[in-house]
Design a binder for this molecule. Structure first.
Ligand code: BG6
Length: 465
């Protein structure tokens, strides 16, 4: 009888294990904390019905009050790396100018405490949240915001550069472009291709200026951008479907990946944008800034693949992304039934090999991967959420990541979304992602089965399966 064999998936020495979260999704607001209204606070104030169970951005998971306890839980769940973000509206309430000293004290304490625990800290400057006063003057459509961001970035490097040496400029910059300017999932809920292109270009320029500032102020600091490099797979091998997949990646991944890593925009993207009269306002000096200030490494978020097919003829009438590619619902796909998203572990391998072959084998980290589960309390046994499905999800993605590393991809760590169940934009607390459960009534934190498992994973620098 054949004995079932198991493999030990050993990761390279020094591989980082941890999780990611963001300021707006965890901190919450406390009366008198000096934070101003962000674009999310404003949107909630005028359209609370858009937010799941009408839970808004004020009521995030009380990290502002409970950070000490939460940081001790990082240790208990085996973290060797952790990422969060600074809220611009907390640090510089008017967007530019005066700094909120309470925010400085808060972030300094949080960052110092994390470092004290021996955990590598990665701090992101922008996770979808803009001070509302800057949105009022046009948000990312207005070039002034680019320079306001640069000045905010310089303030962060100056105030926290002695405790933080690894930075992120933006998290998933394509998401606010798509959701806020080509859809109605982020404020200002416009559908306007021209504005979307301008916003994307301004965001890239702001990111490159932050890279420049970081290197000028601290030459030993490392800075990256976090991109959701979702691979697009065509429905068939027909040339129409393959073109749709290529265009989907061009718009959704290469639009930030190429300028951030290679310093230039893809020729094909430029010609499409020109052909449709969508060119943003740009200068040669700005393009030089983008060219000369590429990132030191890359953060990659991966949840599910994009399956696409050629667009239908009628979708070409009004120009949107649907004019270039259409979603494809692949029969028989493996699915996370608690969130409705496809599970396709090989996507992470394909990303790793793409970076190796086409982006100079740049160093990268998985900065988000994870499994959202609605109604997770039904998996509680003896007081603990038994989330075996999450453990299996992580293991299966790690097997593909391990294979990419074996094949030469330069991945240095794996960070789960997320640490403690947190508030998520329009979905509030619907989908739970954490290694630690958050009880919404009592705000009690309880480690899930995956949290204990994650500690072992980190201690063993690998797992057996
Ligand atoms: C990521 C974002 O894309 O998805 C996070 O960076 C977000 O901010 C996460 O919370 C999960 O999204 P959702 O909608 O399933 O809660």
């Amino acid at each position: 009888m054949a004995v079932p064999t198991e493999t030990f998936y050993q990761f390279p020495e020094g591989f980082l294990w941890g999780s990611s979260t963001s300021g707006p999704q965890t901190e919450g607001t406390v009366e008198g904390d000096g934070k101003s209204m962000s674009n999310w606070d404003y949107w909630y104030s005028i359209a609370p019905e858009k937010f799941h169970a009408q839970i808004g951005p004020k009521d995030t998971s009380t990290f502002y009050k409970n950070y000490r306890k939460d940081i001790s839980l990082l240790k208990e769940t085996g973290h060797t790396v952790f990422r969060t973000s600074i809220q611009w509206s907390r640090l510089i309430p008017k967007g530019t100018g005066e700094v909120n000293q309470q925010a400085v004290a808060f972030y300094r304490e949080v960052f110092s405490e994390i470092k004290k625990q021996g955990i590598q800290l990665i701090v992101n400057l922008y996770h979808f949240d803009l001070p509302y006063c800057l949105q009022e003057i046009g948000g990312w459509e207005n070039k002034e915001i680019v320079y306001a961001f640069e000045s905010y970035a310089r303030t962060c490097f100056d105030l926290f550069g002695d405790i933080v040496d690894t930075w992120i400029t933006f998290n998933e910059p394509i998401v606010p472009v798509e959701c806020g300017y080509l859809g109605e999932y982020h404020y200002p809920c416009k559908v306007d291709m021209k504005a979307a292109v301008q916003v994307a270009y301004h965001t890239q320029l702001a990111s490159s200026l932050a890279v420049k500032a970081c290197h000028e102020m601290n030459s030993n600091h490392k800075i990256c951008i976090v991109l959701n490099l979702t691979p697009a797979y065509p429905r068939s091998e027909s040339s129409e479907d393959k073109t749709a997949a290529r265009l989907a990646e061009l718009f959704q991944t290469k639009s930030f990946l190429d300028p951030s890593v290679l310093g230039t925009y893809p020729e094909e993207l430029i010609s499409i944008v020109k052909e449709h009269d969508l060119l943003p306002e740009w200068t040669q000096e700005e393009l030089d800034i983008i060219k000369e200030n590429t990132v030191d490494f890359l953060g990659v978020n991966y949840y599910q693949p994009l399956r696409v097919q050629a667009p239908s003829a009628d979708s070409k009438e009004k120009l949107t992304l649907d004019s270039f590619f259409a979603p494809y619902d692949m029969p028989g796909k493996k699915i996370n039934p608690h969130r409705g998203w496809e599970i396709y572990e090989k996507g992470i391998y394909d990303i790793g090999i793409n970076l190796k072959e086409h982006y100079g084998n740049i160093e990268w980290l998985v900065t988000e991967n994870g499994m959202g589960v609605e109604g997770e309390e039904k998996f509680r046994k003896d007081g603990v959420i038994e989330d075996d499905y999450r453990i299996e999800f992580i293991e299966d993605h790690l097997i593909e990541l391990h294979r990419a590393i074996q094949d030469g991809s330069n991945c240095k760590g794996y960070m789960l979304w997320t640490f403690i169940d947190c508030w998520s934009w329009l979905n509030a607390y619907k989908n739970r992602y954490g290694l630690v459960e958050l009880n919404l009534e009592s705000q009690e934190r309880i480690i899930k089965k995956s949290g204990y498992w994650f500690k072992e994973l980190s201690q063993n620098n690998g797992f057996r399966k």
